[in-house]
Write a protein that binds this ligand. Structure first.
Ligand SMILES: Cc1ncc(C[n+]2csc(CCOP(=O)(O)OP(=O)(O)O)c2C)c(N)n1
Length: 668
């Protein structure tokens, strides 16, 4: 192995030596603990340390790195205290994730390390978001994300590299090509000759290097970092390496030919570098022994076996699912007592649902200089529904960003922006397309605060619902995909007034909020909307009309159906409750409605099975049984995809069964 020290001083070479030795010696110790059952799962990076260490040392300490499961050297080179790392791996309450995450699946904002989720590829787009933040702040920094050879087959790899290229982001993508996925060899993983060949397809530069040569990795990444910052471009680096142990300790290495271990054993990144330093006279046998002993002792000294059993505290567990922010000062919060009985609000001008959303978004942009909008066709074109029409001229193209067609990468980028203190509102062109950004939403955004205390300050606008003959993929009600996911907030307004106030609240909320906007309401519903910048609390339902015969608990377009139905049937005294937020639910308001009527119909446009109505029905049965005069009933759409033909769609819709269901319930 040829090492080129370039202009590195002896002290710098020794510094690199200490850094590459540390993860090796930690691993040797951890493998012992693993055998003793002290730690649960271990992904070995033995043989690959030069990449983690070279990369982490080449970056500035305050530049974000997105490591994966084999990058112990990133954590150690960022000087994370060893005792806390050890506690982390033991699942201790005093580790980095309070015992909630295993192995290397945690981050530390203080160390600018973003914790991975198991799905691997999602790390890459987070680096895009961070790169975008650096670019917008002109902070002369770059971000760096890792992937394995296996991970390059994921769509997330493609999306992230493409976005970084199209947006000219200072992001370094590092492939650790160790020849295998879990057991899958690279010839069953991809067909190009070298993975770095993919760079040209994205319109970026790339290089393939010896990933076992720590000086080559360090020097390359230092240079690439400067290139990315001064040219404002991404870069792909393929590091050739080999994994000397199994995918994880339990999975073995039977599938790897023995000769490969011999070949790559000779290229060991630690011993080769050590030999180089000895040959150069930078170190001698004594100093090598001394450094090794010193590191071993520090490992022993810091290794505290946590004998304490975690005593679970349910309140803390639930509390940590969300980030908790102080209420904003100087923002008017409008609550239910501010409305007149007829639903009006102190002489405010009438506005359409769509205009209320537009106004809420625009005022949020004016108030929050750190707020960005992202989505397909939202810039000059103004978005599929024209909500952001005119925004580019007011706020500029940096803040109102057209995105390539890649929902997953944009949600991931939004999370990356949040790491650097930005807020973002992403427009899903249609809520249906959230399915291709699903993983980032439910696994990354939703879980990150609970896992390692990082907030995901992201709003995703979801134009939703049917009734327009738009067929199965432009009409779905998919809110229940998300109400089942702890960590998200799900908001679904039915009036212009609520839409504006709740959108402003969503932007100010540090948690990920899915903001459902029924497309059918955009231009068909108008109502009073104050001109001022105001907020409506997330998590509070609104009583639309008080009644005594039966409750209709609903949200979104169903509130309009219920109101219209009530108007047509003055002989029935209907208590209509507009939930407004589906996660978290306003159980107090639900109970109060049950108390008034004793008969409950939950009405929603979503399909019957597993809809939020099922949850509400179960909750009422469990908590309000004595208040009930009849079983809770649900009026929902058919358990079919949403059909295209308008007659079929009408039949699909819950609304077509509303009268029957009301009568059945009244007759009970
Ligand atoms: C989306 C997804 N599919 C499958 C897995 C299971 N899995 C974990 S690691 C791994 C192999 C990854 O290979 P590679 O990207 O080359 O990284 P390496 O482990 O070799 O460092 C697989 C299949 C996963 N974690 N996520």
């Amino acid at each position: 192995m040829q090492f080129d020290r370039k202009d590195l001083s002896d002290a710098e070479l020794i510094h690199i030596y200490r850094n590459i030795l540390l993860p090796r010696l930690i691993e040797e110790k951890m493998l012992l603990l693993l055998r003793q059952g002290r730690i649960s799962k271990w992904f070995s990076g033995i043989g690959q340390e030069a990449i983690s260490v070279g990369a982490a040392l080449a970056m500035d300490q305050d530049e974000w790195i997105m490591p994966l499961h084999r990058n112990l050297g990133v954590f150690t080179s960022r000087k994370m205290p060893l005792h806390k790392l050890f506690l982390q791996w033991q699942g201790s309450a005093e580790g980095y994730s309070k015992g909630r995450e295993r192995s290397f699946h945690f981050g530390s904002p203080q160390h600018h390390i973003c914790g991975m989720i198991s799905h691997l590829g999602p790390q890459l787009a987070i680096a895009d978001g961070v790169g975008l933040a650096y670019k917008l702040k002109d902070s002369k920094k770059a971000s760096l994300a890792f992937t394995g050879d296996g991970g390059t087959s994921e769509g997330d790899f493609h999306e992230a590299l493409n976005v970084a290229a199209v947006w000219d982001l200072p992001v370094i993508f590092v492939i650790e090509n160790n020849g295998y996925g879990l057991s899958t060899p690279v010839n069953e993983q991809y067909r190009c000759e070298k993975l770095v060949d993919k760079a040209v397809g994205y319109g970026m530069q790339g290089v393939r290097i010896d990933g076992n040569n720590v000086l080559a990795v360090y020097d390359t990444i230092k240079g690439v970092r400067e290139y990315c910052i001064s040219n404002q471009k991404p870069y792909l680096i393929e590091c050739m390496t080999f994994r000397m142990r199994g995918h994880e300790e339990a999975s073995g290495t039977k599938y790897v030919p023995k000769a490969l271990f011999e070949e790559w054993g000779g290229k060991d990144p630690v011993s080769n570098y050590e030999m180089f330093l000895l040959q150069q006279g930078v170190l001698n046998a004594d100093s090598v022994n001394h450094i090794r002993e010193e590191i071993k002792q520090s490992i022993e000294a810091e290794l505290k076996v946590d004998e304490k059993i975690i005593i679970p505290d349910t309140q803390t567990e639930l509390y940590d699912v969300y980030a908790h922010a102080h209420p904003l000062e100087g923002v008017r919060v409008i609550d239910n007592s501010d409305y007149h009985d007829d639903g009006s609000y102190a002489g405010s001008p009438e506005k359409r649902f769509i205009d209320a959303i537009k106004e809420g978004l625009s005022q949020s942009m004016q108030r929050n200089e750190n707020l960005l909008l992202m989505g397909q066709d939202i810039a000059e074109y103004g978005g599929a529904f024209k909500i952001t029409d005119g925004f580019v001229s007011e706020f500029g193209k940096q803040r109102v960003r057209n995105t390539p067609l890649c929902e997953s990468a944009i949600v991931g980028s939004a999370l990356g922006l949040s790491l650097e203190g930005f807020k973002s509102v992403m427009e899903m062109q249609f809520a249906d397309f959230a399915s291709v950004g699903f993983n980032q939403i439910v696994n990354n955004l939703a879980k990150i605060h609970y896992r390692w205390g990082q907030q995901a300050d992201v709003v995703i606008r979801m134009p939703t619902g049917g009734g327009m003959g738009a067929g199965p993929f432009h009409s779905q009600s998919n809110e229940a995909w998300f109400t089942h996911t702890p960590g998200l907030k799900v908001v679904y307004p039915s009036t212009p007034m609520d839409a504006k106030g709740l959108l402003i609240a969503a932007v100010n909320d540090p948690n990920p909020v899915l903001f459902f906007e029924h497309k059918g309401l955009y231009r068909s519903v108008s109502g009073p909307v104050p001109d001022e910048y105001y907020s409506i609390d997330i998590g509070r339902a609104r009583l639309v009309s008080e009644g005594s015969d039966l409750s209709i608990i609903c949200y979104g377009a169903a509130v309009q159906w219920a109101t219209e139905y009530g108007g047509q049937h003055p002989e029935i005294s209907i208590d209509i409750l507009d939930l407004r937020t589906l996660l978290p639910l306003d159980y107090e308001a639900i109970e109060a409605s049950v108390r008034r009527t004793g008969k409950v119909l939950v009405l929603h446009e979503d399909c019957l099975t597993g809809g939020i109505g099922a949850e509400i029905g179960a909750w009422i049965a469990e908590h309000c049984f004595k208040l009930l005069d009849a079983p809770v009933m649900r009026c929902a759409s058919l358990d079919t995809p949403v059909p295209f033909n308008m007659e079929l769609e009408k039949n699909f819709m819950a609304r077509s069964r509303l009268d029957d269901d009301v009568r059945r319930l009244l007759a009970f």
